[in-house]
Structure formats: structure tokens, C-alpha cells
Design a protein around this ligand. Structure first.
Ligand code: GTP
Ligand code: SAM
Ligand code: SF4
Ligand code: SF4
Length: 390
């Protein structure tokens, strides 16, 4: 990875003697010692503009994940309650121009190098194409990707491509209509498949497919999903279920682990580690070969093992919710309101400063001082995945 804005490579912390050196957990290392004392406000004040979105553990966020809405037209069991949530009023959600400004500050002032638009379901926003076009006008080279459930994508894919969207990830947990409906509580499999095909046709590729594997529901389908994806040139990623559901139904023993995923896939395929740099990405990639033809790589599969093989030590993400709040970690319990600041009429410097301070306080891992989703001291955030922005 190169650097931007003349920033130095990641260094431990701003030069404040009271700050301890970086101590992020090694990936897959399980629990680690608790974080030492939180920095005083004076420590965060030592940040300079060139520090970008540096945190007190020595990581610098360059990957901005922006939620466009909390609304969704599916009700995936691992994400939303059946009855939906109390949707935010329109004036509580970032408007197009506010989004464009935040991205501009992230990219031009804070070293953001890639942008993901997510939700809720971003395609339910009527001004989505206009948002993408507004961002693209300021940043001709920025990779802009979208994570979506694919509903309505068949009608919007071309316009999104024309507006400057780079790539798309579509969530699809099953190719069986009944299983799809059981997981999403909606009978819309055909519509999602139409969306995926259209995204590929218009060139919103490499299309990636996200599948959360749920025990006894779609886990046995894993090899068939992979066969479907590789035969179409899509990159499938299997995701470990995380404790972010509204129903608090997650259990450590109930989830399908990355190790189980690999052994499920070995029924039909040989997996070997992909040698490409991971660069802080959640997915660990594997090359895929069929048993029948072990000499030929037919595609790549990703495994996103947030629970059993966490990657927090390499985390490069900063999140903004649909209400314009910074969440330094997916599992944070703190949020920093940038929208109120934007609407109070402050200048760019003040917004940049607040964003930096929010990221400086990023927890070490999983919203706390060590990795361990589901550990006795893990506290599930109040927001569900859809309301955070997955
Ligand atoms: N623990 C953890 N999991 C994450 C984080 N970001 C994404 N994920 C998981 O990764 C899944 C896929 O996220 P995507 O929105 O497709 O993004 P991505 O994998 O970063 O995307 P690409 O850059 O296209 O590979 C999400 O559903 C989450 O389960 C994160 O910051 N922390
Ligand atoms: C919250 S959704 C938002 C974007 C869009 N609605 C979609 O489904 O792609 C983003 C991703 O989060 C994943 N996700 C939701 N809840 C999850 C959970 N509890 N554990 C792991 N991944 C989850 C979904 O599978 C999806 O790939
Ligand atoms: S995972 Fe995406 S599509 Fe499913 S309920 Fe959550 S926000 Fe909606
Ligand atoms: S759980 Fe938090 S620290 Fe870990 S990878 Fe996700 S956002 Fe980063």
C-alpha cells in the first residue's frame, strides 16, 4: 500500500509521551491483554492533520464505509427483526450534499483511499445514482463500491455504472427459493438473481457475492453456491455470523466457523491459500480447484472469519452511520455526531478534527480491549448490523 497526502507510513502514535505504543492483537490470537489507560483529551489534541485517521493502537483508517439508510426491504434473520425497525425520519439522515462533503473531507484531508456505500439497503435511496455521481465528480480515481441485497439492481445497475460506481457486492445466502425466503423472510430470490446478472452485464465487476452460513439452514448448500459463483466468474465470500442480530439469537456454538466452511467446501473443491496481499480486508482468499481437475484454478473464494480468525490488528475501516455518526469500530459503543456539526455551519477543519478524535479512540478489537465476540465480557451493541451499516 502506498501513502497519500504526504503522510508517513503508519507510526505508533502522535508524539505524546503519555501514549503507550501500538498493541493491537495479532489476527487469530484470541484474547489479549487489556488496553492500557485511555489517552487524555490532550493526547488526541496532539493529532496533526497529516496523521489522518490514526488510532491509539497505531492503525490508520483508509477504507470509509458509509451507510446511506437504515431502511431495508428484506428482513434477514441474522440482521433485522421480522417487524423491521423504527426507521429514521428523513431529516435525520445524511443528505446527498452532506455525504459528498464528508467523502471529500475523508479523501482530500484524511487519507481515505476507498469508499463503500452500504446500509440498510442502499438501493432504497431514490437519490443513490445522484450520490454516486456527486462523489465521482470530486474524485475521478476513488474506488467506490456498493454492498446491496440486489433488489432493484436490475433497473439501476446501468445508471450506477454510468454515474461512476466501480464495483458491487451482492448478498445472496441461498439459490433455493424456500431457503432464501426462510433466511430473508421475503420471497424475492428471482429478483436478486436478476440484479446480479445485470450488474455483471453492465461491467460492475468483479461482482462479489456475500453469503452468511447458518447452521441447518443453508450450510449444506455451501459447495453448490461456490459452483454457481465460480461458473459465472463471481467471487463468493462466506461470512461467519456475528452477534449483531436484533433477536440476540447468536451463540458461539450455533454459528458455522471458518474451519467448518472450509471442510464443507472440500466435498467438491480443493482450497489453497491465495498469495495476494490481504491489505486489511475482512476476507481471507483461497484459490479454488475442482477435485476432478486439480491443476486448474477455477476461481477464488473468500472466508470472512470475524469471530474465529479476527483481523482487527490490521483494521483500516472508519464507519459513518446514516445519521452521520462516526463509529470507529463495527462493535463500538460510542458514536461521534458529525451531522450535527455539519449542520451547525462549522468549517471543514472542525469536522476533520472531530472525525480524527473519534478514530483516535477506536477500540483495539471487537469494540473492546481484546478480540472475543461472545466472550463473557462482550457486550452486543444496541444497534443491529443494518442500523450500523454493515
Ligand atoms: N468484523 C468485521 N467484519 C466486517 C467489517 N467490515 C465488513 N465486515 C464483514 O465483511 C462482510 C462483507 O462486507 P462487504 O461490505 O462486502 O465489504 P468487504 O468484504 O470489505 O468488501 P471488498 O472490499 O469488496 O472485498 C460484512 O458483511 C461483514 O460481515 C469490519 O470492519 N469488521
Ligand atoms: C448489513 S448488510 C447492508 C447492505 C445490504 N443490505 C446487504 O445485505 O448487502 C451488509 C452485509 O452484512 C452482512 N450481515 C448482516 N448481519 C450480519 C451478521 N449478524 N453477521 C455477519 N454478517 C452480517 C450481510 O450478509 C451483508 O453482506
Ligand atoms: S443483511 Fe442487508 S438485506 Fe438483509 S436485512 Fe440486513 S440490511 Fe437488509
Ligand atoms: S471488529 Fe472493529 S476493529 Fe475489528 S475489524 Fe471490525 S471494525 Fe475493525
Amino acid at each position: 500500500m502506498g501513502t497519500q497526502l504526504g503522510m508517513p507510513a503508519v507510526r505508533p502514535s502522535p508524539s505524546t509521551p503519555e501514549i503507550s505504543p501500538p498493541e493491537a492483537a495479532a489476527p487469530g490470537s484470541g484474547s489479549t491483554a487489556a488496553v492500557s489507560a485511555l489517552p487524555s483529551p490532550a493526547s488526541a489534541l496532539a493529532l496533526s492533520p497529516a496523521d489522518g485517521l490514526l488510532d491509539r493502537h497505531g492503525r490508520r483508517a483508509t477504507d470509509m464505509r458509509l451507510s446511506l439508510t437504515d431502511k431495508c426491504n428484506l428482513r434477514c434473520t441474522y440482521c433485522m427483526p421480522a417487524e423491521g425497525l423504527n426507521w429514521l425520519a428523513r431529516d435525520k439522515v445524511l443528505a446527498r450534499d452532506e455525504i459528498v462533503r464528508l467523502v471529500r473531507l475523508g479523501v482530500d484531508r484524511l487519507g481515505v483511499r476507498e469508499l463503500r456505500l452500504t446500509g440498510g439497503e442502499p438501493l432504497v435511496r431514490a437519490d443513490l445514482v445522484d450520490i454516486v455521481a456527486g462523489i465521482r465528480a470530486n474524485h475521478p480515481e476513488l474506488p467506490i463500491s456498493l454492498t446491496t441485497n440486489g433488489l432493484g439492481l436490475d433497473k439501476k445497475a446501468q445508471a450506477l455504472k454510468d454515474a461512476g460506481l466501480t464495483r458491487i457486492n451482492v448478498s445472496l445466502d441461498s439459490l433455493h427459493p424456500d431457503t432464501f425466503a426462510q433466511l430473508t423472510r421475503r420471497p424475492f430470490l428471482d429478483r436478486v438473481l436478476r440484479g446480479v446478472e445485470e450488474a455483471a452485464r453492465v461491467g460492475l465487476g468483479l461482482v462479489k457475492i456475500n453469503a452468511v452460513l447458518m447452521r441447518g439452514i443453508n450450510d449444506a448448500e455451501a459447495p453448490d453456491l461456490l459452483e454457481w459463483a465460480v461458473s459465472r466468474g463471481f467471487e463468493l465470500r462466506f461470512i461467519e455470523q456475528m452477534p449483531l442480530d436484533a433477536d440476540h439469537g447468536w451463540t458461539r456454538d450455533g454459528m458455522i466457523t471458518a474451519a467448518e466452511m472450509r471442510s464443507l467446501l472440500e466435498r467438491d473443491f480443493v482450497l489453497t491459500p491465495d498469495s495476494r496481499e490481504r491489505n486489511g480486508a475482512p476476507a481471507q482468499r483461497w484459490e479454488v480447484r475442482r477435485h476432478a481437475d486439480p491443476a486448474t484454478v477455477v476461481g477464488t473464494v473468500g472466508i470472512i472469519a470475524s469471530v474465529t480468525e479476527p483481523f482487527c490488528a490490521e483494521c483500516v475501516r472508519t464507519r459513518i452511520t446514516a445519521e452521520g455518526k462516526v463509529r470507529s469500530c463495527l462493535f463500538s459503543h460510542d458514536e461521534t455526531d458529525l451531522l450535527a456539526l455539519l449542520r451547525s455551519g462549522v468549517d471543514d477543519d472542525a469536522v476533520v478534527r472531530r472525525w480524527q478524535e473519534a478514530m483516535w479512540g477506536k477500540p483495539k478489537a471487537h469494540g473492546m480491549g481484546h478480540t472475543g465476540l461472545g466472550d463473557s465480557d462482550y457486550v452486543q451493541p444496541e444497534r443491529t448490523m443494518s442500523a450500523i451499516g454493515g
